[in-house]
Design a protein around this ligand. Structure first.
Ligand code: ARG
Length: 304
């Protein structure tokens, strides 16, 4: 079955307009389906990235209220939020985006690098199976889902250097029938691709050049000459770990400069406080797995 541009069949009426001279840029939002996992067992009890300090207390009530606010924000913007049950003993399962990649209704599962997170992949994989996603595949090589894979229009940007095995890039390309572009991450603070790149729409990204090797940086410059270049004062709050529907960009409230850059480009920044999750090196996008093509699949199933 050939892949189709499923989401374009679900236009969402919200738009944001650029003021002044650049008035041609009218941003178009598209309705999305997101999978989220409540932070019921969220904690920092091991350190698998530079942000984590086991022993530093986590305020779970605060985490839960920030997470609920994020889910409410998506619903308010017209998106669909599905949830998966959290599992005890998996304190990072709230970062569900790392557990898979879904394109055109086809799912690729994850395979975690660290043993601490390994069991998460199975829970999310079963969710894919139970919810009718097409051809769910268990990967052979380590890949941390949308932590390292970012879909930009027809291509998938794929990070490596800290987590995902570069061989997982070809594997994803074959399974999902998309072109995959390998990018090398070099700064341990930005260990997943989604900490260094935020996808704004099908053709535009925001990113932190310093997070990449010189070759990958040059490649990004060539591919995205109009990219928004983020400041470290914003990326220190995981400002690039954002979720955009094409017009509305949900990002950390502390990433003030980035919000300004985005409104200059005609996007509508939607700030939320997501700071409790920084203790684990996670942010907004880490908690939001996009289920591309999910509604179309479900609607087709209901009719058939
Ligand atoms: N503590 C988690 C880890 O290190 C955080 C994951 C955040 N996810 C992300 N895509 N950056 O694996």
């Amino acid at each position: 079955m050939a892949p189709t541009a499923i989401e374009s069949e679900h236009p969402y009426e919200g738009t944001a307009e650029v003021q002044g001279d650049a008035a041609r840029a009218v941003r178009q939002a598209r309705m999305r389906s997101y999978l989220m996992c409540p932070p019921t067992y969220f904690d920092v009890v091991y350190a698998i990235n530079d942000w984590m300090r086991p022993g530093e207390p986590v305020d779970r009530d605060r985490a839960m209220s920030q997470w609920c606010e994020l889910a409410d924000t998506y619903r308010r913007l017209g998106h669909e939020v599905l949830t998966i049950d959290p599992a005890p003993g998996l304190p990072d399962m709230v970062f569900v985006t790392d557990s898979g990649l879904v394109v055109d209704g086809v799912a690729l599962g994850a395979r975690y690098r660290s043993p601490e997170r390994r069991a998460e992949a199975g829970h999310v994989f079963r969710w894919f199976q139970q919810n009718g996603l097409t051809r769910p595949a268990v990967p052979r090589y380590v890949n941390e889902g949308e932590g390292d894979f970012l879909v930009v229009g027809d291509v998938i940007l794929a990070g490596t250097g800290f987590r995902s095995d570069p061989r997982s890039h070809a594997e994803a390309s074959a399974h999902l029938n998309r072109r995959v572009i390998t990018l090398n991450l070099v700064n341990p603070r930005f260990y997943h691709l989604n900490t260094a790149v935020g996808v704004l729409d099908d053709a535009t990204i925001a990113y932190l050049p310093a997070a990449f090797s010189p070759e990958s940086r040059a490649l990004l410059e060539r591919m995205f000459p109009d990219a928004v270049v983020a400041a470290e004062s914003d990326t220190d709050w995981l400002g690039l770990n954002l979720v955009s529907d094409g017009a509305n960009v949900v990002l950390p409230v502390q990433a003030a400069r980035l919000a300004e850059q985005l409104s200059d480009r005609g996007y509508e920044p939607v700030p939320v406080d997501y700071s409790e999750f920084l203790k684990s090196g996670g942010g907004i996008k880490c908690c939001t797995l996009e289920l591309r093509g999910f509604r179309k699949l479900r609607d087709a199933g209901n009719q058939g």
